[in-house]
Ligand binder design. Structure first.
Ligand code: ZN
Length: 273
């Protein structure tokens, strides 16, 4: 005797033939593959910056990420061919951590488009400080990404979404003794979450840590990190960037962004076959 619900429930356990799950790219050995990208220009041209980051901001960030047993790290810089962000590198990257400033206009349009495509297909992106105005972020966000700024201020960074994975293990607020002020209005699209909000001694506030989703890709923008101050040496800042790498790592990664799908026959027609 068949179950009385058999007729209406039997279809619920079928996989409709027109909607096969997209094949995910599996992470190799469950490690998160991170590429830390830095413009690496200030450190070579400005002695005070070189003193803080003798091997470059990218090596400082890569250094603390390498202590995490679940993360493998490579680095890339502006001067490499294709800025070190080739198709092969991006295909093998789960999360791209990105810092730039001086050479935003010189950054390749083609490489920026390539990064955008990989984010839409699932690659995670952590954008730091002046990277807000990178070609990559302007492409992905679609707004002007402009803000107000002033050199030489003090920041108090508040956790404003304590339940978020990126805020775990982070104090309720962090005092950054010296930082470049970034203030509102910050012309971003509405974030998914505002995980951190900065207050500056000069009076401004800023949405300092915001998450976005583009396609299958998770994005975290994080304001702290002006190159003249040792901000990426602060343990709390390192904790936030490490958390962000874990949070942005894809569960699902495609070979290409999602495309339109023509559906014929319809789902109902498939069921009746
Ligand atoms: Zn700066």
């Amino acid at each position: 005797m068949s179950h009385p619900f058999a007729t209406i429930w039997s279809d619920a356990f079928k996989t409709p033939p027109n909607y096969p799950p997209h094949p995910p790219i599996q992470r190799r050995g469950n490690m998160i593959k991170v590429t830390v990208w830095n413009e690496f220009h200030h450190e070579k041209t400005q002695e005070p910056v070189r003193k803080i980051y003798p091997e470059g901001i990218h090596e400082c960030i890569a250094g603390f990420l390498r202590k995490d047993e679940e993360i493998t790290v490579r680095t890339a810089v502006f001067d490499m061919p294709e800025h070190g962000l080739t198709e092969d590198v991006l295909s093998d990257t789960d999360v791209l951590v990105f810092w730039n400033h001086m050479l935003q206009d010189e950054f390749s349009d083609e490489v920026a488009e390539r990064v955008k495509r990989h984010v839409q297909a699932g690659m995670g992106l952590v954008v730091l400080h002046s990277g807000h105005y990178s070609k990559i972020m302007r492409l992905l966000m679609g707004t002007s990404m402009t803000l107000r700024w002033r050199h030489g201020d003090r920041e108090r960074l508040f956790v404003t979404c304590p339940s978020h994975p990126i805020a775990q293990g982070v104090p309720a607020w962090i005092d950054i003794p010296e930082e470049e002020m970034y203030g509102e209005y910050f012309d971003i699209p509405k974030p998914d979450d505002v995980v951190f909000t900065g207050w500056f001694a000069g009076g401004e506030v800023f949405r300092s840590g915001c998450t976005f989703t583009r396609g299958l890709g998770k994005i975290f923008y994080f304001q702290p990190g002006h190159e003249e101050y040792p901000i990426y040496h602060m343990p709390e800042i390192q904790q936030i960037i490490s958390n962000a790498v874990h949070w942005c790592a894809p569960f699902r990664r495609l070979d290409a962004p999602l495309d339109n799908v023509a559906v014929n026959p319809s789902i109902e027609e498939e069921y009746r076959e």
